[in-house]
Design a protein around this ligand. Structure first.
Ligand code: PBG
Length: 323
């Protein structure tokens, strides 16, 4: 007790503080999301997300040489005219994501390529799978589409596929489809605890994936429920996932911490578009120091138990911490 015990002794100098540091951000553990569009020479700023652009495959190829990040998460953003009821553009072997994978692997084969596996950007209605006549997301027929989409990505060189549709049984179905197509080494990062969150708002403009009507509450997790989230994530572990994910990150650190102490798989946390924008716009308003606030947010996500962090700040952080 005080005055014998003094916590400040070990906080006195930078050297002492560094010695007892429990959590650190490592560039190798950051994943940069990228939005890829068709065509060439395109680099279109996303209005809702300052500093983020949609890029075509040739621009990606050029940028890849300058990447400091070690891992990327690819989202395909098709044109409105390429969308249909069942998202068939997502299954094309020469689709946007397969092309992006080939370009990335040609330039930087060592960069870990992860792909988002979900139909929302590819369907005319903007929901994450196939709909029934009554407009409900049809679980089992969606699984078929998602499994084929994942196999297409594996064939084009994805190191990991990341199913984010929150349909039941998607990890099992995708694992079976990958194995049947002899992609036994392609890993699955499951968006295991993905909540129906308002924080995805800015992303939906970037990916042009907003549902045309309704919302995603019949498949994504209710923000009220931690137990349900853990249960859902543990099912994905049993179904054969190689990684789990918690998303969003900062408002759900309790879920992340509990999942870290319950599951055995590595866990990624997704600092989503709304979390990014809160920092970005506050910095633009001059009320937060962007660099220290962004580093602190990501550090706290690591401290809560994330092995990897998916963040739109990934490239900036690599530069800030001198990679
Ligand atoms: C696709 C998907 C979404 C995000 C990642 N994958 C949006 C959604 O579920 O509507 C959100 C990412 C972000 O907000 O940065 N289903």
């Amino acid at each position: 007790m005080f005055p014998d015990t003094r916590m400040r002794r070990c906080r006195r100098t930078e050297g002492l503080r560094a010695l007892s540091r429990e959590s650190v951000i490592e560039p190798e553990h950051l994943i940069l999301p990228l939005f890829v569009v068709a065509g060439s020479g395109r680099q279109e700023p996303v209005a809702s997300m300052p500093g983020v652009s949609r890029i075509s495959v040739d621009v990606l190829r050029r940028q890849a040489n300058e990447f400091r990040v070690c891992a990327v998460l690819l989202f395909g953003v098709p044109e409105e005219s390429d969308k249909d009821e069942c998202g068939s553009a997502a299954l094309r072997e020469d689709g946007i994501v397969p092309q992006a994978l080939r370009a990335l692997k040609a330039e930087r084969p060592e960069v870990v390529a992860i792909t988002d596996v979900c139909l929302c950007a590819y369907t005319s209605h903007g929901h994450c799978g196939v709909l029934s006549d009554s407009g409900e997301l049809e679980n089992d027929s969606s699984l078929e589409q998602l499994s084929r989409m994942a196999a297409t990505h594996a064939a084009a060189g994805a190191d990991m596929v990341a199913p984010s549709a929150m349909t039941d049984g998607q990890v099992q179905a995708i694992r079976a489809s990958l194995d049947a197509a002899a992609f036994r080494s392609t890993a699955i990062m499951s968006y295991a605890a993905k909540f129906a969150s308002s924080f995805y708002g800015p992303f939906r403009e970037a990916a042009r994936s907003a549902p045309k009507w309704g919302d995603r509450r019949s498949y994504q997790l209710p923000p009220h429920n931690r137990r349900e989230a853990i249960r859902d994530a543990l099912l994905d572990e049993q179904e054969g996932a190689d990684w789990l994910m918690v998303k969003p990150a900062l408002p759900y650190l309790d879920v992340l911490a509990e999942l870290r102490s319950t599951a055995r798989l590595p866990i990624a946390a997704y600092q989503v578009s709304g979390e990014y924008c809160m920092l970005k716009y506050a910095a633009q308003a001059g009320v937060l120091d962007e660099r220290s606030a962004a580093l602190e947010a990501v550090l706290c996500i690591v401290r809560a138990g994330a092995d990897a962090v998916i963040t739109y700040y990934a490239e900036a952080i690599c530069r800030w911490i001198g990679r």
